[in-house]
Design a protein around this ligand. Structure first.
Ligand SMILES: *Cc1c(COP(=O)(O)O)cnc(C)c1O
Length: 369
């Protein structure tokens, strides 16, 4: 594939200037931040959903010193194993049928077990399989997991499965990133886990960063590895995290506005003074949020400015009135280095997770070491 160079429109080949760059050193650095917070725990690097849009294999390679990888997709688990990764590989939603359980066992894929039917799937495995399992307890998220009062009997049922190997107790937090915190769920988890001698895995990124009492044996950071803060009120930079994905494009058109002129579909923005508008080759078909409001932060050249008007499929507009040097070809950072994805997400009324995961397939992605 020809290398795309965002911001530089060559004459021989004029690719659409949009591209995402993945900073591999930033991924490794952010894993180091997780380790520094939980020095006594092992780390499952959560790389589900194509590593939150960063590319499964690329991220796994950059995060290869992790003690384990956690994914949701069975084919992702197999690809990691086939690529030669030898650490624990965990399926966060477990196996979906007997075929997956058998193939997973053969490839030493570890599995979450969150309901009785999954214990049934394990019953068909041979004693040679010895599958690592994470018994998931519902401590208040009310999504997946056994009720606290069923934890003991589920644990006992797993002990009776010929194919079951090491069992780790697990739960997931609903409010580790906000004021409600984790204490209320910890109480339920402790009640469920009382008397069960097993390692534990509780913490997502927010709990890894904020609640040492949740670390135990395995932490499960996701979003922080990609350089985004799980907390609304604390920036990624303040946590020492570096952005892993930078989405770049360039200005491909310039438009002068008179007072009263509107911009884009629906005329959602109306100029109240003479303005200069840059048209950027990036729209919702690239994964940029259509619901981003006027003023969503965009870096143009070395300056910060904001969006104007509605984001369209292939384009969005930015105010370059105060940037006389900006024009066609000026590089733009939609999010990433110099324009935190968390700020863009907040302006768009969403979270960085959604923006990163939604990076569209048509955007070329390259790793940079
Ligand atoms: C996605 C996920 C994580 C990672 O959460 P972050 O908020 O991205 O750190 C951890 N555990 C489970 C069960 C998950 O589904």
């Amino acid at each position: 594939m020809p290398e795309r160079r965002p911001g530089f429109l060559s004459r021989s080949e004029m690719p659409r200037p949009i591209a995402a760059t993945i900073d591999l050193a930033a991924l490794a650095h952010n894993l180091g931040v997780a380790r520094a917070h939980a020095p006594h725990a092992k780390v499952f690097a959560v790389i589900k959903a194509n590593a939150y849009g960063h590319g499964l294999m690329r991220a796994a390679q950059a995060l290869r010193t992790a003690d384990g990888f956690a994914v949701v997709e069975f084919d992702a688990a197999l690809r990691l194993r086939e690529a030669g990764f030898t650490q624990r590989i965990l399926l966060l939603e477990g196996f979906f049928d007997a075929r997956e359980a058998a193939e997973g066992a053969a490839k030493k894929i570890a599995s979450v077990v969150h309901h009785r039917e999954q214990i049934g799937l394990l019953g068909g495995l041979s004693a040679a399989a010895r599958l690592d399992l994470l018994l998931k307890i519902n401590s208040g998220m009310n999504r997946l997991g056994f009720a606290a009062e069923d934890a003991r009997s589920a644990h006992a049922a797993l002990q009776d499965c010929a194919g079951a190997g090491k069992v780790t107790l697990m739960t997931h937090f609903a409010n580790a990133d906000d004021a409600r915190g984790v204490a209320w769920q910890m109480e339920t988890f402790e009640r469920a886990a009382a008397g069960i001698a097993a390692p534990r895995s509780l913490a997502n990124s927010a709990a890894t960063l904020r609640y040492p009492e949740t670390h135990f044996d395995w932490v499960r950071p996701g979003i922080m590895l990609y350089g985004s803060s799980p907390f609304a009120e604390v920036s990624a930079a303040a946590l020492g995290l570096k952005p892993a994905m930078t989405l770049r494009s360039a200005i491909i058109g310039v438009c002068d506005l008179k007072p009263g002129d509107t911009v884009g579909y629906g005329g959602m923005f109306c100029a109240d003074r003479p303005m200069r508008i840059g048209v950027v080759a990036c729209g919702y078909a690239d994964g940029y949020p259509r619901h981003a409001l006027n003023g969503t932060p965009v870096r143009v050249g070395d300056a910060m400015t904001g969006t104007v008007g509605r984001v369209s499929m292939d384009k969005l507009c930015v105010d370059i009135s105060g940037l006389p040097a900006a024009g066609i070809g000026t590089p733009v950072v939609l999010w990433g280095e110099g324009n935190p994805v968390d700020d863009v997400a907040q302006a768009a009324g969403t979270v960085s997770y959604e923006l990163l995961c939604a990076l569209a397939a048509r955007v070329p992605v390259t790793g940079r070491s």
